[in-house]
Design a protein around this ligand. Sequence first.
Ligand code: NAP
Length: 290
Amino acid sequence: MSIVITGATGQLGGLAVRHLLAKKIPANQIVAVVRDLKKAAHLAELGLELRQGDYNDRASLEKAFAGASKILFVPSPDAHDETLRMAQHTNVIQAAKEAGAGHIIYYGYAFGEQSKLPLAVTHVSTEEAIRGAGIPYTFLRNSLYTEVFVSPDAVGAALQFGALVANAADGTVNTATRSDLALAGAAVLTGNGHENKSYNLVSNETWTFGDLAQIISKVAGKDVVYQPVSYEEQKGMLLQAGLPEPVADMIAGIYQGVSEGETSRTSDDLKNLIGTLTPLEETVRQALQG
Ligand code: NAP
């Protein structure tokens, strides 16, 4: 019996593997399900078993999930096509059921029912499908990643122009880092009493883009001010930077969501699972290091 992790070649899944190993779970008890075995040599080197499984191919997932006591299910990144993503998630759930998985731990989206973002619908529907399949579950409902807003590019641009430009108005932000969210996954995989529970993995204290500008100034030693802009201005800048229109719409839409309260809700769930959360200042430092 083993812990199976999907999306293990990705950032969140990869960090979950690291946290499990740090918690002294033997590598040979962890199975990495990956769509391309060639991309997973680094995981084999750590001692993990690799199995091929593609979200588009239910039969491959059934084989990959054989003997799984617990599955950490990282959602598909294909958020540009929510119909495809839901079909992929249905494959994962049916395969887990066929394989007789004992517990499925799904990374969803925090406060999904109240969200106005299109991506939330798939997460809520996936949770419903998992409940419907009758597999014991834990829903780890992730915040947006802090790194979505505090990337090396975003911090670099703020320093270059002396301004952090965003259509976030005075919205408050409840993000957590990928690593903290991955640690929550490892905590649930190695802990007890999490069956059939849902956790909203957001921070217990929020920040604003004004706060972020101040922290960038402090860490980099150079003045940066927050400059709020409109949705149209933000989208125009993203298009000018060469992003395709659907991507520009999605990013400007996320910042707009922040301005409208999308990221304003707090919870102690993440803190209760992992203890101290990574401070925003630390993520800024990491972004500055590239
Ligand atoms: P990531 O680095 O892009 O990882 C995605 C993982 O999914 C990779 O391992 C990828 O495999 C795998 N994958 C993609 N298509 C697959 C398929 N057809 N079959 C099997 N595996 C497939 O994303 P992340 O940063 O770890 O985030 C994890 C997930 O959270 C994303 O997939 C997305 O659903 C969601 N997300 C959340 C936020 C947020 O702010 N909360 C932001 C972005 C994304 P390959 O290595 O082969 O590509």
